[in-house]
Design a protein around this ligand. Sequence first.
Ligand code: HEC
Length: 140
Amino acid sequence: MKRSLFVIFTVLVLSTVLLAACGGGTTTSSEPEPPAEYAGKSNPFGNQADAVAAGEALFAERCASCHGPEGAGDGAAAASLDPKPADLSVKLPEGDDFLFWRIMDGGAMEPWNSSMPAHKGILTEDQVWQLVSYIRSLPQ
Ligand code: HEC
């Protein structure tokens, strides 16, 4: 009797642990969180049309060679890159602070180790937010 209770208890505990381990990943994104310097920042331009237009021009100039003219990850340089440029027209991470961070600091860090260039010191913060406005305007 005691023994079978112990077995039932063990099975219950194990299944709870397993469920927690599996379920945890489904609700939250697996993307790393932006560092404190960027966390919680919000786009001052939102989806304003002039910011989207300014971002579109910047994108054509600085991003399309890798990410493609429509952000689909199919720029001229994409074939030779590993990892491939992100397809910005399919899935975008939720946080604008995340996108701002990724454009500012680029991909030369864990877990990406990619050729995504950093733009801090090259573009102004306003320009980077305009790029975020443009990327968000792409059909998802
Ligand atoms: C030299 C090629 C290259 C250029 C130029 C480039 N990127 Fe990237 N980008 C990448 C690669 C490769 C990745 C995928 C790996 C990574 O996330 O670091 C990426 C990832 C990203 C991501 C992360 C997307 C996600 O879903 O996590 C964003 C946002 C982004 N790029 C925006 C831009 C913007 C905006 C520009 C122009 C200012 C730009 N990139 C210019 C190569 C490039």
